[in-house]
Design a protein around this ligand. Structure first.
Ligand code: NAP
Ligand code: MG
Length: 405
C-alpha cells in the first residue's frame, strides 16, 4: 500500500508516563503504517527537560512558530514529590504554561461526542466548547509568604523611573500571603479575536464571563476589550449568521451553562478555563473525551490531550499490570493536527485519512468496546465490554485498516 505523504513538517512533542506509552502505540499502529511524515521531534519527558535545563521546551515552542503545526503529549508539571522522584535540579515550570506564553495562544476545548455516552447534564444537546485564555493571571504570578505583621504594597514605575502609582494591598497584623498578577491589553485582545474567530468559524454563539462587579479595573478591562472587538469587527457578521455575543458575570455564566442546550463557545479567563474545562470533560463522560488545541494570533496550532499523564495507571503499567487507559484524546490530538496540516498544505488526502481515523475511534466506542473510564458512564448494553489499552487501540487499527484498503 502506498503511504500518504504529509507535505510539511509536523512538530512532535513527546511527554511522560502513561500518555508516553500510549503515544508510541498510537504512532506505531495508527499513523506510521499509513503516513509518510516529516516529524521534528522534541522530547519533553521530565528527565530530558531536567537534563537540558528546560531548554528543550523553548526549542519546541520555537519549532511550532517555525512550522506552524505541532502535536503534544501530556507532560509532568513537577511539584515537591516529583523533585524527589526524578532528582530534579529545580522545580521546572509547566511546559504547557511555557509554550502557551511563547505562542500567546488561546486554548479551545470541545467534547468528543458518541451516541452511547450521554452528557451528565441532561439539557446539553450540542457540544459546549471552551476557550481558555492561556496567558497571565495566576499562571504568571509573583507571590510571597508574609512572615509577620507589616504593610504589603503594590507599585508601578514607568520606563523613565517615575513611580506612577502605589497602593496598599493589606496592613498585616500577622503572617499571611500575597500575590501579584497581571495581564496585558495585547494578550486580552488576541484572546478576544481568537474567540470571535473560532466561534464564527464553528457557527457557535459566544459567551464570556468575568467578575467585573468585584474587579472593577482588572476584569472590567477584559469586558471592555471583548465589547470593543465585538462592536468593531463582529457585530454585523454575527447578526447575519444568527449568532450572538453574550457577556455575563462568571457565576451567572456557570449557572446558565447547567441549563443551556449547548452550541456555544464559552470564553473563560485562564483560571476559570482550567477549572471549567475539567468539569465539562467529566460531565461529557471522561477527561479523555475532550479535544484541545492552542491557537496563536499568528495562526500557529498546537494540538494536545487535555488530561494529564495518568500517573496512577502508569505505576500499574510499570508493575506489569494491564491498564485500561483511554487513548481517544491522544488520537484526536493527532487527527486535529493532521487535519490542520492537510488544510494548510492543501492536501485533502491527509484530511480524509484523519477523518477515517476519527471515525474508526468513534465507532470503536459506539460498538461498546470501552476503556475503564467509559464503562460506568456508557449506556448499559449487553454488548459493552471493558478492554485494556492495547486491545482498544488494536480494535481502532482493525477498523481503520478496513476503511483504508
Ligand atoms: P490525570 O493524568 O489527568 O489523571 C487523573 C485521573 O483521571 C486518572 O487517575 C484517571 O482516573 C483519570 N484519567 C485521566 N486521563 C485518563 C485516560 N486517558 N484514560 C482513563 N482515565 C483517565 O491527572 P493527574 O493524575 O492529576 O496528573 C498526573 C500528571 O499529569 C501530573 O504530573 C500533572 O502535572 C500532569 N498534567 C499534565 C497535563 C498536560 O500536560 N496537558 C495536564 C494535567 C496534568 P482513575 O485513576 O480513576 O482511573
Ligand atoms: Mg487543569
Amino acid at each position: 500500500m502506498q503511504k500518504i505523504r504529509v507535505k510539511s513538517t509536523i512538530v512532535e512533542i513527546d511527554g511522560d508516563e502513561m500518555t508516553r506509552i500510549m503515544w508510541k502505540m498510537v504512532k506505531d499502529q495508527l499513523l506510521l503504517p499509513y503516513l509518510d511524515m516529516n516529524l521534528e521531534y522534541y522530547d519533553l519527558q521530565l528527565k530530558n527537560r531536567n537534563a537540558t535545563d528546560d531548554k528543550v521546551t523553548l526549542l519546541a515552542a520555537e519549532a511550532i512558530k517555525k512550522h506552524g503545526v505541532g502535536v503534544k503529549c501530556a507532560t509532568i508539571t513537577p511539584n515537591k514529590d516529583r523533585m524527589k522522584e526524578y532528582n530534579l535540579k529545580q522545580e521546572w515550570p509547566s511546559p504547557n504554561g511555557t509554550i502557551r506564553a511563547a505562542l500567546d495562544g488561546t486554548v479551545f476545548r470541545a467534547p468528543i461526542l458518541v451516541k452511547n455516552i450521554p452528557p451528565a447534564v441532561t439539557s446539553w444537546k450540542k457540544p459546549i466548547h471552551i476557550g481558555r485564555h492561556a496567558y497571565g493571571d495566576v499562571y504568571k504570578n509573583c507571590e510571597f509568604r508574609v512572615p509577620e505583621a507589616g504593610r504589603a504594597e503594590i507599585t508601578f514605575t514607568n520606563m523613565a523611573g517615575k513611580e506612577l502609582f502605589r497602593g496598599t494591598i493589606q496592613d498585616f497584623k500577622g503572617p499571611g500571603i500575597i500575590q501579584g498578577i497581571h495581564n496585558t491589553d495585547k494578550s486580552i485582545s488576541s484572546f478576544a479575536k481568537a474567540c470571535f474567530t473560532y466561534a464564527y468559524d464553528q457557527k457557535l454563539h459566544l459567551w464570556f464571563g468575568a467578575k467585573d462587579t468585584i474587579s472593577k479595573t482588572y476584569d472590567t478591562q477584559f469586558r471592555k476589550i471583548f465589547e470593543e472587538e465585538y462592536q468593531k469587527n463582529w457585530k454585523a457578521k454575527f447578526e447575519a449568521a444568527g449568532l450572538n455575543y453574550f457577556f455575563t458575570l462568571i457565576d451567572d455564566a456557570v449557572a446558565r451553562i447547567m441549563k443551556a442546550e449547548g452550541g456555544m463557545l464559552w470564553a473563560c479567563k485562564n483560571y476559570d478555563g482550567d477549572v471549567m474545562s475539567d468539569m465539562l470533560g467529566s460531565a461529557y463522560g471522561s477527561l479523555a473525551m475532550m479535544t484541545s488545541v492552542l491557537v496563536s494570533p499568528q495562526g500557529f496550532y498546537e494540538f494536545e490531550a487535555s488530561h494529564g499523564t495518568v500517573q496512577k495507571h502508569y505505576y500499574r503499567y510499570l508493575k506489569g499490570e494491564k491498564t485500561s487507559t483511554n487513548p481517544m484524546a491522544l488520537i484526536f490530538a493527532w487527527t486535529g493536527c493532521l487535519k490542520k496540516r492537510g488544510e494548510l498544505d492543501q492536501t485533502p488526502e491527509v484530511v480524509e485519512f484523519a477523518r477515517k481515523l476519527e471515525d474508526s475511534a468513534l465507532e470503536t466506542v459506539e460498538s461498546g468496546i470501552l476503556t475503564s473510564d467509559l464503562m460506568s458512564v456508557a449506556v448499559p448494553d449487553p454488548k459493552n465490554r471493558q478492554v485494556n489499552t492495547e486491545e482498544f487501540i488494536a480494535e481502532v487499527a482493525k477498523k481503520l485498516q478496513k476503511k483504508t484498503v
